[in-house]
Unconditional design. Structure first.
Length: 530
């Protein structure tokens, strides 16, 4: 088994080697990385204003689609190792995080295409999904036993939230008896089945609760703008008025059931569909459609509707200035609705991204990790997202879609960690639910560039501060935090992800400049108030 157990002898050897060159070389400078052959350093001064705060962070997450149904049945040692990597908040003997400490787990409620086998029309068996509920309404956990194992492993490791999501209604309720649509011009669910669909979802939630897994959120539709007619996976388009009908039916059933689950809408396929009509009339402008009280599709007053709007960052992450501009528009649109939050609820690296990076081809290295970190930064600092979720936690594909990669085997196989796992960990492990983003400037300027990005967060209960630095340049960066550390008696700690390190820990001295290596992500934390 490769690159799985951080407590293994090989991991300890690597960690010891990393720490050997991470020790301080002087009392006046903290060196994060190897100074040999470093190009001339660029110097920056960071100014943190803990008195100016922005959005509260709800959670960081990833999903069990579609591999969870299989890897949950792998040998115990391997699935425990994967669960540790994703969920653990523990530290190893050298102070390094064992895992990335996700605070939300996304559980795929399948439509039953797996039970249909080849007759499902979905050619890849790993993209078919089993269902808890059969056509008679009976709950049977066997089909999703593997996914249950991972959800329970998350709970055991104190992951704070569980969300269930659906790509399609169950096949026995769809128009064509399949888990994907016949036409992009018509949804695959007849309105007369909205109530039955709601019954299916509530029965699934009740079944999960009976398994010791109460569900905090349910997302009934996914990327309703797309046609979903090619049989590549489960999915169906929906129009806004259809989403309204589904949510109203589900809200009524949840209220009658006594469950506390909140409804998350609407997992828009691109963020433009949240704030404008864009190119899908009737399936877009969803902030206004669902949260403006003057809209015919107004849903915000329903008792079980979460006061959040969710969307996906696909196809809007490059080039950098365009990514920033779109997120500025989104943030303003969300702020027009008092109290509304934005969740970035799904992302992986797709397409060619204006030539900056291609989604094709698995890459365990630092390049996609840095790109991912840039997306996270823009979503948090510019769009003011309260949550950030990666797509598939575990991937068997030759694509930049996984935090962990595995052999495409239903029973056993190899495991590989990616740098994207640890890049997400630079945020998810340290920025916990309830933390608030606070103001930070570089060289007294609020604007940032894609070479150096800085974001800061504070725990309002303990005043712990977390700063995440993303240095995408080919030069080391010298960061001056001295002005922020005056009269501070406590130590700061740092965790480095680069080509040689995975959240590698080191202690920092106060009143010192910190050297951030080229092409790295560095998280700095303190438990002392500013």
């Amino acid at each position: 088994m490769k690159n799985t157990l951080r407590q293994s002898s090989s991991r300890k050897i690597l960690r010891s080697a990393a720490l050997a060159f991470l020790f301080l070389t002087s009392c006046s400078e903290n060196v994060i990385g190897n100074r040999d052959n470093e190009p001339k350093k660029v110097k920056y001064k960071l100014q943190i204003d803990a008195g100016t705060s922005y959005q509260e962070i709800d959670h960081f997450g990833a999903s069990d689609a579609w591999s969870g149904q299989f890897i949950g049945n792998w040998p115990d040692q391997k699935k425990e190792a994967m669960a540790d990597l994703l969920f653990s908040k523990e530290l190893d003997g050298e102070g390094n995080p064992v895992g990335i400490g996700l605070s939300l787990w996304r559980f795929n409620l399948g439509a039953g295409s797996a039970e249909q086998g080849e007759q499902s029309g979905i050619g890849d068996s790993w993209r078919r999904a089993p269902s808890f509920i059969d056509a008679t309404g009976n709950f049977n956990k066997e089909g999703q036993r593997g996914q249950l194992w991972f959800a329970q492993a998350a709970k055991q490791r104190q992951v704070e939230y569980l969300l269930t999501f659906l790509n399609s209604p169950p096949v026995w309720l769809t128009r064509n008896g399949k888990a994907y649509a016949t036409s992009g011009n018509q949804s695959n669910l007849d309105p007369q089945n909205y109530g039955a669909f709601a019954d299916f979802m509530v029965a699934s939630l009740q079944g999960l609760k009976n398994e010791g897994l109460p569900v905090d959120y349910i997302s009934p539709v996914n990327e309703p703008q797309w046609d979903w007619k090619d049989g590549g996976q489960e999915g169906t388009p929906f129009w806004n008025h259809e989403i309204t009908g589904i949510v109203k039916a589900l809200n009524g059933k949840l209220a009658a059931s006594g469950l506390n689950t909140k409804i998350d809408i609407a997992e828009a396929g691109q963020i433009e569909y949240l704030y404008e009509v864009y190119n899908r009339p009737g399936r877009s402008n969803q902030i206004t459609e669902f949260f403006d009280s003057g809209s015919e599709n107004y849903l915000a007053e329903l008792s079980h509707v979460s006061n959040t709007i969710s969307g996906h960052s696909y196809f809007t992450t490059s080039p950098f200035q365009q990514a920033v501009a779109k997120r500025q528009i989104l943030s303003k649109a969300v702020q027009r609705i008092p109290g509304l939050k934005y969740w970035m609820s799904e992302y992986c690296i797709l397409g060619d991204n204006d030539g900056e990076i291609s989604g094709n081809g698995k890459d365990l290295g630092i390049n996609p990790a840095l790109y991912m970190a840039r997306v996270i930064h823009n979503d948090l600092a510019i769009a003011q997202a309260s949550a950030w979720h990666w797509w598939v936690a575990v991937s068997p594909y030759n694509y930049k879609d996984g935090l962990i990669y595995i052999s495409k085997s239903e029973t056993d196989g190899a495991i590989e960690e990616s740098k994207m796992l640890w890049a997400l960990g630079n945020y998810s492990r340290f920025i916990r639910p309830g933390y608030k983003r606070i103001a930070i400037q570089i060289n007294e300027q609020p604007g940032q560039n894609q070479d150096l990005l800085a974001s800061a967060f504070k725990d309002p209960n303990s005043d712990q501060v977390v700063v995440v630095l993303v240095n995408s340049s080919n030069q080391a960066v010298e960061v001056d935090l001295a002005s922020n550390l005056e009269n501070q008696s406590g130590n700061w700690e740092a965790y480095l992800t680069d080509k040689d390190n995975d959240l590698a820990y080191r202690q920092l001295q106060n009143n010192a400049e910190i050297l951030v290596p080229a092409r790295s992500i560095l998280t700095i934390t303190t438990k002392k108030p500013l």
